[in-house]
Design a protein around this ligand. Structure first.
Ligand code: PLP
Length: 381
């Protein structure tokens, strides 16, 4: 095959990343601390533009979730509620701590955690003798979850929310930035996200004490002493000053990247406007503003004339175009199959019929032509 691969989501550099890396080399800040780490944290904080938030730059979004759970005191035998339809990294840190994830279904408007099922789950866990220690809610594919509804339940049951905003930097809910809407929030700068540090993440806290504790734990929990002394188990989770340099270059173009992803979304809205049986998944109303990290469609083969989601995925694949079914819900994953789940099958239905399409901000007109030709031909045959 001589056509270049079109990826679902690939890194898109802005141009100034190397400038920040060169500064790090010049000053010999080749370490998990330094001016780029501090600068990157400050720039994220400015971007999120929220009162009283603190940002700790870390080696991954997964590390940020792990530390958030530790700061909330989650340990062996505890239970933590987690949106079922998400990437495994939302749930894995619960297992790292010997706690049990309790999975909750999605609702159809945003594909994110269903407030009704969330309350049913909390009540049932309490009646079984264990109140969940936290709720992990996810803005999947950049679409904000129903923040007010989820927060109302969290307050009613006095259960903190960890906002998994790994896919949603640049999205807003009621004009407020995703990444600043939980008791704790996390971001990811993995290579496939809207901006990248090649690998990295951040924990956002509402309290400087929490940030300081997170940084302490992320740098091997070293007590204040001339020798190495430890009274707690630590982690090696800080972001490197080189990676943070990439992040600073990326922050300069974040708004452009959001616009680029939203343009891809609009391209798909136009492409599918007159195609029966394919629905592009959109914001439910104007309280929600998605960065459209990935554009999602659902395929109804009863209306497409028999073309299923898998047919479409295979057509694209044969043209060297990557697409991917929606994330397989955690309660359907072999590794989590024994854990509790509350739902009515919405995530399962979306997993069956949903497809993520190439959404990168760096796709060219030629790439878009190849994508639309492949889709049109597939639906014709
Ligand atoms: C990518 C991702 C994570 C984990 O982030 P990493 O930086 O890759 O560890 C967590 N949750 C969701 C929803 C993600 O998409």
């Amino acid at each position: 095959m001589n056509k270049n691969k079109i990826w679902l989501s690939s890194p898109h550099m802005g141009g100034n990343e190397l400038k920040y890396i060169n500064e790090a080399f010049k000053e010999n800040w080749i370490a998990p601390l330094g001016p780029n780490v501090t600068g990157f944290e400050e720039e994220i904080k400015q971007y999120l533009n929220s009162e009283n938030i603190e940002v700790a730059a870390l080696s991954s979004g997964t590390a940020a979730l792990h530390l958030a759970l530790i700061l909330l005191g989650v340990g062996r035998g505890d239970e933590v509620i987690c949106q079922s339809m998400t990437f495994a990294a939302s749930a894995n840190p619960i297992a790292y701590l010997g706690a049990t994830p309790v999975f909750v279904d999605s609702e159809a408007d945003t594909l994110n955690i269903c407030p009704n099922q969330l309350e049913i789950a909390i009540k049932d866990r309490i009646s079984k003798g264990k109140k969940p220690k936290a709720i992990i809610a996810v803005h999947l594919y950049g679409m904000p979850y129903k923040v007010d509804e989820v927060n109302a339940i969290a307050e009613k049951y006095e259960t903190p929310v960890i906002e998994d905003s790994a896919e949603a930097l640049g999205s807003t809910y009621k004009g407020r930035n995703c990444g600043s809407l939980g008791d704790f929030s996390i971001l990811s700068f993995n290579g496939n996200k809207i901006i990248t540090t090649s690998g990295g993440g951040a924990l956002i806290t509402k309290d400087i004490k929490h940030k300081n504790k997170a940084v302490f734990l992320a740098t091997q929990a070293r007590d204040d002493a001339p020798h190495y002394q430890h009274s707690q188990i630590g982690y090696n989770y800080r972001l490197s000053n080189i990676s943070a340099g990439i992040g600073r270059g990326q922050m300069e173009v974040l708004d452009k990247r959001v616009q680029g992803r939203r343009n891809m979304f609009q391209f798909y809205v136009n492409l599918f406007r007159d195609m029966d049986g394919i629905k592009v998944f959109e914001e439910p109303n104007d309280l929600f503003y998605s960065n459209h990290w990935l554009t999602v469609i659902t395929v109804d083969e009863n209306i497409t004339g028999g073309v299923s989601r898998e047919d479409l995925r295979k057509c694209l694949d044969s043209e060297n175009i990557e697409s991917r079914p929606l994330w397989k819900p955690m309660h359907m994953q072999p590794v989590f199959s024994k854990d509790p789940y509350y739902g009515t099958g919405i995530a399962e239905e979306m997993f069956k019929n949903g497809l993520c399409l190439p959404s990168g901000s760096n796709l060219s007109d030629n790439d878009r032509d190849r994508i639309s030709l492949a889709i049109v031909n597939c639906l014709k045959n």
